[in-house]
Design a protein around this ligand. Structure first.
Ligand SMILES: O=C(O)C1=N[C@H](C(=O)O)C[C@H](O)C1
Length: 298
């Protein structure tokens, strides 16, 4: 099980590769997990937003976790596996968290309950009951997707729960994070790629970054330089990679990530499940142009 102290570095939220007819593409997934695990990352996240969690069934999540564990074992790697179990139904979140624990997840990623717009007390209770399962919980706050924004006071209460080991902060800014850090917070991972350097400066323990699927070494280096005291070098490298992040998220992720992984020969097909659509030809052209001019892909 993951501890607070182990939440640091670059966690990669993995994509879910599909075949043309929308089935899980397990051979591609094995190849991709091998590639990611060999790239020096600090952890993997299955069934995050990048994994297209709204359109992936729990049975499929179980397969993905099992294949990930087998693949890591076959290449002798032991990196933490975090599994997204959050829904907007507390009972189902608890059930999924229990099942993830039984599958061997090191921690679960639990998003703030979306769509039904619970009160602050309801949100607190959601996390309290989920954390009681006994699988370490990383809270995932992403107001732009959930439609609710947890107040600083409620977030402090949630973070103080036994069983909650950290926060993935995708709040589109550093305000929440600075408030939490000021009062001595558990680890916070940046979940908003464009703010990665700013969040490191505010005390983030690392990032859970979809962009690190592609420019993996560069994101690791931004993190390593910062932690080793080369803040200027870290900032300078991040500034160079920032336009790549803009292109990656210019249309709904993970369309562009899947297209780039196909181009790199890591997965075979860039299929997404509706309502997500493949990246547009215009965006692909812009990305190509950027990559040629910057030589950004590893
Ligand atoms: O996969 C995730 O989970 C991530 N979510 C953020 C988002 O949905 O915007 C971005 C982050 O890079 C990864």
């Amino acid at each position: 099980m993951l501890t607070e102290q182990q939440i640091q570095g670059i966690y990669v939220p993995v994509i879910t590769p599909f075949t043309k007819d929308n089935q899980l593409d397990i051979p591609s997934f094995r190849n991709y997990i091998t590639h990611m695990a060999n790239s020096g990352i600090h952890g993997l996240v299955i069934n995050g937003t990048t994994g297209e969690s709204p359109t992936v069934s729990w049975d499929e999540v179980e397969q993905l976790v099992q294949v990930t564990k087998e693949t890591l074992q076959s290449i002798n790697k032991t990196i933490p596996i975090v599994v997204g179990t959050g829904t907007n139904d507390t009972a189902s979140t608890v059930k999924r968290t229990q099942m993830a624990g039984e599958l061997g997840a090191d921690a679960v990623l639990v998003v703030t309950p979306y769509y039904n717009r619970p009160t602050e007390e309801g949100i607190y209770e959601h996390f309290r009951v989920t954390a009681e399962v006994g699988v370490p919980v990383i809270v995932y706050e992403i107001p732009a997707r959930t439609g609710v924004r947890v107040s600083v006071d409620t977030m402090k209460r949630i973070m103080n729960l036994d069983g909650v080991i950290g926060l993935k902060d995708s709040t589109n800014g550093v305000e929440l994070m600075s408030e939490l850090v000021r009062s001595g917070s558990k680890p916070i991972l940046c979940g908003d790629d464009a703010f990665f350097y700013d969040m490191l400066s505010e005390g983030a323990a690392g990032g859970m970054l979809a962009s690190a699927n592609i420019n993996t070494e560069q994101f690791i280096e931004v993190y390593d330089r910062y932690k080793n005291g080369d803040k200027e070098g870290s900032r300078e490298l991040f500034t160079r990679v920032a336009p790549f992040i803009d292109h990656l998220f210019a249309e709904p992720a993970p369309a562009m990530i899947k297209w780039l992984l196909v181009n790199q020969g890591i997965i075979t097909c860039d299929q997404l499940r509706l309502p997500l659509m493949p990246a547009s030809e215009q965006l692909k052209a812009k990305m190509d142009e950027y990559l040629v001019s910057s030589n950004a892909v590893n």
